[in-house]
Design a protein around this ligand. Structure first.
Ligand SMILES: [Zn+2]
Ligand SMILES: [Zn+2]
Length: 187
C-alpha cells in the first residue's frame, strides 16, 4: 500500500507506506501561518513509512518543532516534534487523494478564526488533544472549566509548534523570559 503526495509545482514528491491516523484539523496560529490557511488538516504516519521520491523538503525549526516545506515552491508538507521523533505529521491536503481522510477531531480551537465553521460531530479541543480536556462547544460552562484546567496545567501540549511554551507566547505576545501574571497564577 502506498499513498502519494507532493507540492503544488510537482518538484517535491513523497509516498506514505501506511494509512495516516489521528486525523485532525489544527487551528493553532503556527499551522495557520505556516500554510497561509485558516487551519490545517493533519494525519500521523510512522517516520519509516514516509519516503521522499522527488526533491527534498526544506526543514524549518520553529518553537522547538520542525516544519518541512517543499524547497521548490513552499508547500507545507510535514511536521515533526523532533528530528528523530517516531511519528511525522503530514498535511492531508498535500496527498494526491485526500478525500478518504476526513478529520476526526479539531484541536487548538482557542485560536480558531471567528468565521471558521466547526463540525460539532467530531471531538473538539480548546488546546491539544493530548493534554487538554475534550469538550463539546455546546456547553459554555464546560468550555470555561476546561480552559481554566488547561491554563493551570503544563504548557507543553501536543501536536503543533504553538502547543509549546515558546509559541504559546506568540499567541499572547509573550517573550521568552518575560513573566506573565494572571489573576490566580503565574506562568
Ligand atoms: Zn514544488
Ligand atoms: Zn497546529
Amino acid at each position: 500500500m502506498e499513498l502519494s503526495g507532493g507540492c503544488v509545482c510537482g518538484g517535491t514528491r513523497y509516498v506514505l507506506r501506511s494509512i495516516p491516523f489521528s486525523l485532525g484539523d489544527c487551528h493553532c496560529i503556527d499551522c495557520r501561518r505556516s500554510a497561509g490557511a485558516p487551519y490545517v488538516t493533519w494525519g500521523s504516519v510512522a517516520r519509516e513509512d514516509v519516503r521522499m521520491t522527488k526533491g527534498e523538503p526544506r526543514k524549518i525549526a520553529h518553537a522547538n518543532r520542525i516544519r518541512s516545506f517543499a524547497a521548490c515552491c513552499g508547500t507545507h508538507l510535514f511536521f515533526e516534534e523532533t528530528k528523530d521523533s517516531e511519528i511525522i505529521d503530514v498535511t492531508i491536503a498535500s496527498l494526491d487523494d485526500p478525500a478518504p481522510f476526513a478529520p476526526q477531531k479539531a484541536i487548538w480551537l482557542e485560536d480558531r478564526l471567528p468565521w471558521v465553521t466547526i463540525d460539532k460531530a467530531v471531538p473538539l479541543f480548546q488546546k491539544s488533544s493530548k493534554k487538554s480536556r475534550h469538550v463539546k462547544n455546546n456547553s459554555p460552562l464546560i468550555f470555561l472549566f476546561s480552559g481554566l484546567l488547561a491554563f493551570v496545567g503544563p504548557l507543553s501540549c501536543g501536536h503543533a509548534a504553538s502547543e509549546q511554551k515558546g509559541s504559546y507566547g506568540t499567541r499572547v505576545k509573550y517573550r521568552l523570559g518575560e513573566k506573565i501574571e494572571f489573576p490566580d497564577f503565574t506562568i
